[in-house]
Write a protein that binds this ligand. Structure first.
Ligand code: KG4
Ligand code: ZN
Length: 340
């Protein structure tokens, strides 16, 4: 193998996707296999942790095998095993961490534990080969909403975070309220195309003295109150108008906080990441706002926004290059903080 080529096998199992990927030099994806559990969890209206763990156990070996086959790699080609060890559901994380440790031990390969959010951010390196830190990144997923300065590879300054619900969580809860089911984000996104985004004025929360923090529980409650109000008055309402107006309110807040931070910190490169970065309204509005100001805008393809292992391979590669190695006592850390 050439000296300048580092190939990693990456594993991700923090929530409801069992995923494995083979990534070269943090940027080139040879395979990205994802086994989604959505069809099972949607029967319950959300992710059931115990079921998620069991399904990960059933799928993990098969997904890893497929990732190697698709990449046309043998174990000899793999320089390191990277795995998400937090944050996430503890039982789900443990399946990936256990598999990674077993492989690292049996094959005598270095083990690199990766932060899930660092993975989401690093999806941008795959999609945009020219992107280098520093840049500003908005991470909006089902469990997290962070505004982060990526100072260098693996070096982060968190400017803001959500005080209550994550952006994706708000999408999921509002979708449930208007009867769309789980996962709500893609369904609201689709329905909002048929609605009027200016039909209902839902609140855009900002927090005094913390201009980059988010709060989405207010807009979620406002949607529920609006629906209840209509029901009590016996008047009909348009689900599409609710979806479009709610999505606009969330997108406005995510975009305006990000642009404000870019201005305040004089950063001209902006990226988005996480499941909510799939949202067509956010992708469009953020691009418009960046173009207006001459900022460079970076975004991963939708498949790299939601949970996947290629992003863990991208983040893991830069950790590996820095010399990060984990021992076989690596444990799942459900509330792992960014930068730990
Ligand atoms: O990053 P992700 O796959 O998992 C976590 O780390 O949480 O994000 C999943 C979240 C869910 O809340 C889902 O509803 C949301 O991302 N999502 C979307 C869209 N696609 C996925 N939200 C808004 N619009 C979308 N198109
Ligand atoms: Zn995620």
């Amino acid at each position: 193998m050439e000296n300048n080529k580092t190939t990693v096998l990456a594993i991700e199992s923090s929530c409801d996707e069992t995923a494995a990927a083979v990534v070269v030099n943090g940027r080139q994806v040879l395979s990205n296999v994802i086994s989604s559990q959505i069809d099972i969890h949607k029967l319950y209206g959300g992710v059931v942790p115990e079921i998620a763990s069991r399904k990960h156990i059933e799928k993990i070996n098969q997904v890893i095998e497929e990732a190697l086959v698709e990449a046309k790699c043998t174990w000899e080609d793999i320089d390191a095993i990277c795995v998400t060890y937090g944050p996430g559901l503890v039982g789900a994380l443990l399946v990936g961490v256990g598999a990674a440790k077993a492989l690292a031990y049996a094959l005598k390969k270095p083990l690199v534990g990766v932060h899930h959010i660092e993975g989401h951010i690093s999806a941008n390196y795959i999609a945009n080969p020219e992107l280098e830190p520093p840049f500003l990144c908005l991470v909006a997923s089902g469990g997290h909403s962070h505004l982060v300065i990526v100072k260098d590879y693996g070096e982060y300054e968190i400017l803001g975070r959500t005080r209550d619900d994550a952006a994706g969580e708000a999408f999921d809860k509002v979708a449930r309220a208007i009867g769309l089911g789980y996962p709500g984000g893609p369904k609201i996104d689709k329905l909002s195309k048929e609605g009027n985004a200016d039909a209902i004025e839902f609140p855009r929360a900002s927090i005094e003295d913390a201009p980059y923090d988010f709060s989405f529980s207010g807009v979620k409650s406002a949607v529920l109150n609006y629906i209840n109000g209509c029901k009590m008055k016996g008047i009909g309402y348009s689900e599409a108008d609710i979806a479009a107006s709610f999505q606009k309110a969330v997108v406005d807040v995510l975009t305006s906080h990000t642009i404000q931070a870019a201005k305040d910190y004089s950063i001209k490169k902006i990226a988005i990441a996480g499941g909510v970065a799939c949202n067509s309204g956010l992708r469009k509005h953020m691009k418009e706002e960046c173009t207006k100001r001459g900022y460079q805008f970076y975004l991963p393809t939708p498949i790299l926004c939601t949970d996947n292992a290629a992003m863990i391979g991208a983040a893991g590669y830069y950790e590996y290059k820095k010399g990060v190695r984990h021992d076989l006592d690596l444990n799942a850390v459900p509330n792992l903080k960014l930068g730990e």
